[in-house]
Ligand binder design. Structure first.
Ligand code: ADP
Ligand code: MG
Length: 284
């Protein structure tokens, strides 16, 4: 196909030899199949920040390390400089997350280059060698759904153990490759320790995935892996070998009703004594 403008720099630099086709024009990016350094690869070109929601983006940004304090302050403001900084942080978050996750064994596309706002990565393929479908595009048997759900819960735990939450995980951001599910699309990845919304994002990721697989394996719909995982994480007890039940208990201990009643009585007596003293005859 004719080389799109956004890929011309990479073509001139020799990082890409040919652009075969446009795979997708998503809400955040255009994705192309390219020939690069002797291989068929995938090039993701980010759309301008203007086309995204600034305040929503800023929410994901919380707790991330900027390039400096000036940049960090700028990102809080909806100015031209602020938007540019936010955009750079947004793009590099995906590259950083992909690299870090790959290193710790999460199945994500391998990153080859990140140049001029273009991410060149592994093109994920299915068993027939065609571009892998998204989870959303395929039908599953109940057993496959249970198996893929278990794999993805394992991957979510692995990510959280490294302090990362995907933040937009769903059947649209998981590809089904020849060797199982591959997680993609991470520019909004969240730092679990530094973001006040971390808990709700983690639970939403887990709920999205569970609701999807629940269509094929309805028994998953009564599980609550999200809250179980967060509870372990917040106690510092989550590890890649944590055994999960899929159930969440409010508290392991039975409520001490008698103890609570005793405390209330005690507080009431103290309060009555205080009132008596305040209203009683003045002491000399
Ligand atoms: N590495 C990849 N291999 C194969 N297809 C991909 C790859 N990355 C993205 N895609 C395809 O491009 C689409 C959009 O990419 P994504 O990273 O999800 O961006 P967006 O933010 O636009 O959703 C995906 O749904 C998928 O179909
Ligand atoms: Mg996507």
């Amino acid at each position: 196909m004719k080389t799109p403008k956004c890929l011309e720099t990479l073509l001139q630099n020799g990082l890409i030899d040919e652009v075969y086709s446009q795979l997708m024009s998503g809400k955040e990016a255009d994705v192309y199949v390219v020939y690069s350094r002797g291989e068929v690869r995938c090039a993701k070109v980010y759309k301008e920040a203007v086309k995204r929601n600034f305040s929503q983006q800023a929410q994901y940004q919380e707790g991330r390390k900027g390039r400096g304090s000036r940049q960090a302050r700028a990102m809080q403001k909806n100015t031209r400089f602020g938007r540019k900084e936010l955009e750079m942080a947004w793009q590099s978050t995906e590259v950083d997350a992909l690299r870090q996750l790959s290193e710790i064994g999460v199945r994500v596309p391998h990153v080859y280059e990140y140049v001029a706002g273009v991410l060149v990565m592994e093109l994920v393929l299915d068993a027939e060698g065609a571009v892998a479908p998204r989870l959303n595009d395929i039908r599953l048997t109940e057993n496959q759904a249970l198996e893929y759900h278990a794999i993805l819960i394992g991957q979510i735990v692995l990510m959280l153990c490294a302090g990362i939450i995907h933040g937009d995980l769903s059947e649209f951001n998981v590809l089904v490759s020849a060797d199982g599910p591959v997680i993609i699309d991470l520019p909004q990845a969240v730092n679990a320790a530094g973001n006040n919304n971390a808990r709700s994002m983690l639970e939403r990721d887990v709920d999205n995935i569970t609701a999807y697989f629940g269509r094929f394996a309805p028994e998953l719909l009564s599980s609550d892996y999200g809250r179980e995982i967060w509870k372990l994480y917040s106690r510092g007890a989550l590890s890649t070998s944590s055994v999960l039940t899929g159930h969440f208990e409010q508290s392991g201990n039975p409520a001490d009703v008698r103890g609570v009643m005793r405390d209330i009585d005690y507080a009431r007596i103290l309060h009555e004594r205080m009132l008596l003293r305040a209203n009683g005859p003045e002491r000399s």
